[in-house]
Structure formats: C-alpha cells, structure tokens
Design a protein. Sequence first.
Length: 392
Amino acid sequence: MKRFGWILVVLMMASPAWAAKKVTVQQLKDLLISLQQAKKTDAEVSIALKQIELSEELTQGTMNSLLDYISGPLGTEQIYALEAKSAMLAPPPSDLPSTPAPDAATQKAILDKAADYASKTYAQLPQLTATKTTVRFQDSMDVIKASSGMHSSATSNDAPSLAMTPQFFHLISSTEKPIEFANGAEKADAGKDKGQWGMNGQIVLFGQSPVLSTVLQEAQAAGKINFLRWETVNGKTAAVYAFSVDKKKTHYEVNYCCFPDLDQTGRMSYSGPTQGNMNPVAHGNMQFTTFWHNFKTTVPYHGEIFVNPETGIIIRLVTQAEFKNTDVVHQEDQRIDYGPVTVGAKILVLPMQTFVNTEVVPNGDTGAGKYSTRHTLFIAEYKGYQPVGAAH
C-alpha cells in the first residue's frame, strides 16, 4: 500500500510551484510497473515521468530494460531525458562492486598508468573524421524576439507553467554532421556553423570538448585528485578518481551562442494636434533591436576519471564547469564514454557517446533574463571513424 500511495502522490502533483521529486532507479521501476498495471495511457506515463528527478544514474542497460514497461513515444522520450539528466551521477549502490578500496600505493600506480596512457597514447592519436549524431532535449521557456517594443517581446513554447519548465523536457531535434578529431578531441566549429542560435530559441556549444590529456594533467598539477570508488562499466571494473581544478590552474574554455543585449534604436513617431505649449500625443510602438553575442570564458571545474586498473586506459571522463552566479551560463556538465574502434588496421580507443547537461539564462543580460533559465540536454554518438583524407 505504501508504494501505491507514493505513486498516487506523484500522479496528483500538478501545482506549478512543486519541485521535482527525487527518486531512486528502483522507485522509477516500481512506478513504471504500477502505471502499466493500472493501464495508464502514454500521455499519463509521460506526465508522471516529467515530475521526477533521479538520485542515481540510469544506466543504458537499465534504461533499455525499463522500456518494456512503456507503450508509447511520449514515455520513451522522457526515459531518454532521465538517462541524460542522470548521466553524471553514481549508479545505485547495489550496482557498485563490493571490492575494498586499494591501498595508497596501488591507487598511485593506477593513476600513473592513466597519466602515461593519456599523454603517450591518447594525445598521440592521428587526425580523424567521424559522423556525429546529436539528439537535443530542451525544456519550454520564453524566447526573446529579434525586435521588440512596448508590447511583450517574448513567445511561449507551450509550457504548462514557467515554474515547471525544468521538468518538462521535449525532444527538439536530431542532427547528423561530419566532425574532425585532433589528438582525441573534437575540433570546435564555431566558424562553420551559421545557425541563427539564440534567436531561434536554442543554444549551441562552440567550445572544444574536454581534452583528456589536458584534464588529467591539470588535475594532477592542482594536486586535487583522489580515489573515489570502484564502478562496473560495460561489464568491467573501473577505478574512479575524483578531481578538482581551480581557477589558477584551469584552461577549460566555454563558448556558448547566443544571448541578447537590448538597445533602443528606433524613434517614436508622433501624430495628432498640439495644444498650446503641450507636447504632441504619441502614437505607435517604440522599437528596439536585439543584438546577440557569445558567452566566452575560462572556468574552474571538477569531475571524475574512470580508469581500467590493468591497462590505465581511461574509459569515461566527467567534467562539471563552475560558473559565477552572475554568468548567463549556470551549468555545463559533460560525460564522454570511450571505447575500442577499428580504424583501418588498428584498434583505437575513441569517444563513443557524450552527454551534455546545460542551464543558461536565455534572455541574456536583459532584466527579464534574471528570472528564467533554460535547460538543454544533448546526447551524441560517433560512428564511421576514418583517418583524415581517407575515402568513405
């Protein structure tokens, strides 16, 4: 009865001021089973999933098993969003190995192997091309128009309430494009992308993805890298190290497009008679033009490195940027999963999948922008790795 009572509470939550309820992966499974048994519609399942937040990582394997309890595209969409939102979290304790932490000497030995691999193997990878497929999820939020005036300048993306937008993620788009890698890092393409970012209600990340060798080097230089736990990734045990890089040591750059500045550029037109020395009566709409700019800065960051203890190969990197309260970007959490790929006659360990969770102030430096944020989730997969210049 307790379980069903909790589920009823979840389903009845409709107050705009309500915050997402944190649940475990097991509670998520219990919810989906009960919804299926109650023969809830796809829309009802979707609404229930929109109103929860996971306290643990929803791994891909577990997510795939939960799809058996979902009957339609709306619920499936929300499950994928939950996977992306929880990608930086630790999995349920029951999924973690029970092996004791290694002694200090073994911890250092594993870390030394990782540093050697990052600098001598990964950083020496050849230039490569690949195809990147990116799925974008975004919550609903007001958007500034290209020009505005005395009337409201915002449009709505059909959110039930702005207070609930962090929970209402929607699948916005799926895109595929060729990209290039240099030394194992995806090259930034700020000069190539001509999209109308910002004014189209979406953001784009122009900064280069985290460079594995640089992150490990900076973490060691900062002296803030410590063994955290053992974790099972793709059936193999990994040693997880937590790290932190402060402002003095960091070279972590972020570059987001775009955010508005509003300047008055039009003139008010007057019409109607004047009476004595009185000013004429004003008619019409005072016009403004919206100018768009990138947000670029270098920030401190922290995260986790997942290492194969036998080989030193790094199989996952998590970075979480640290922004000022006054920045128009509030969050950038990234996870890169690496795996073996056959490229020509060689097997190389390369990025296979990435998750990026962001929070920005879509209205930029305007007064209205201080009251709303937008969350965007990106899930990307890479395929078709080839040496630069190779025939496809």
